[in-house]
Design a protein around this ligand. Structure first.
Ligand SMILES: [Zn+2]
Ligand SMILES: [Zn+2]
Length: 206
């Protein structure tokens, strides 16, 4: 079975380099958000997105919405989940979209093949089978209804201010120039997160 690939998905593919299941999930999440939130309002109010993974889906989100890590309209919290929050920058209102349990995305056969290919030199047979499985997943994700793939709920977040901080300061420990938003105090010194991590074994997040 073949599906017509939309211009938007084609653009995402060209940017990402291939058509894969995660890219399709990101694409479908964007289309669902657009349907529920309204394309016109999105254009007018602007979106801020939080994605809870760092898979190929991120490339679809960046190409479809124009919200990127670089322009700080896309924040990634990598919990390895296909969960996405799309909110209006002005009001904090929006939608949280989560991937539903999909049997075909957690098949033992696929996981075993992926493990095998990651650890060992692959045979042409493995590669052909893997490609076939990927194509099947892509087709199923493209043919399913929104409701079959995702659950969603409307949300309102407190503050979604997109701060742009570009000023640099020198870390008093390593001497690197660091964004002033990414400094912390430890042992009476203003130091960078890397030094903080090395010193305490803890992560400091902004
Ligand atoms: Zn991919
Ligand atoms: Zn440092």
């Amino acid at each position: 079975m073949f599906f017509v690939v939309s211009i938007e998905l084609k653009t995402a593919c060209d940017f990402h380099g291939h058509l894969c299941p995660d890219l399709v999930i990101g694409y479908r999440a964007c289309k669902l958000a657009e349907k529920i939130l309204g394309g016109e309002r999105i254009k007018h109010d602007g979106l801020v997105i939080v994605a809870y993974n760092s898979t190929s889906a991120i490339d679809a989100i960046q190409t479809l919405t124009g919200c990127t890590v670089g322009n700080r309209a896309l924040q990634i919290i990598d919990w390895g989940k296909h969960k996405y929050v799309f909110i209006f920058e002005s009001s904090g209102e929006g939608i949280e979209i989560s991937l539903r349990d999909q049997d075909f995305l957690s098949s033992e056969e696929y996981n075993a093949l992926e493990e095998k290919m990651n650890c060992n030199p692959s045979t042409t047979e493995d590669v052909t089978l893997y490609k076939k499985m990927i194509d099947e997943r892509v087709n199923r994700l493209l043919s399913a209804t929104d409701d079959e793939i995702f659950s969603y709920r409307m949300v309102k977040l407190q503050s979604v201010r997109r701060e742009v901080i570009t000023g640099l300061v020198r870390c008093e420990r390593c001497g690197d120039m660091v964004l002033r938003s990414h400094m912390t105090r430890a042992s009476g010194k203003t130091i960078c997160y890397e030094c903080f991590h090395k010193e305490t074994g803890m992560m400091e997040n902004n």
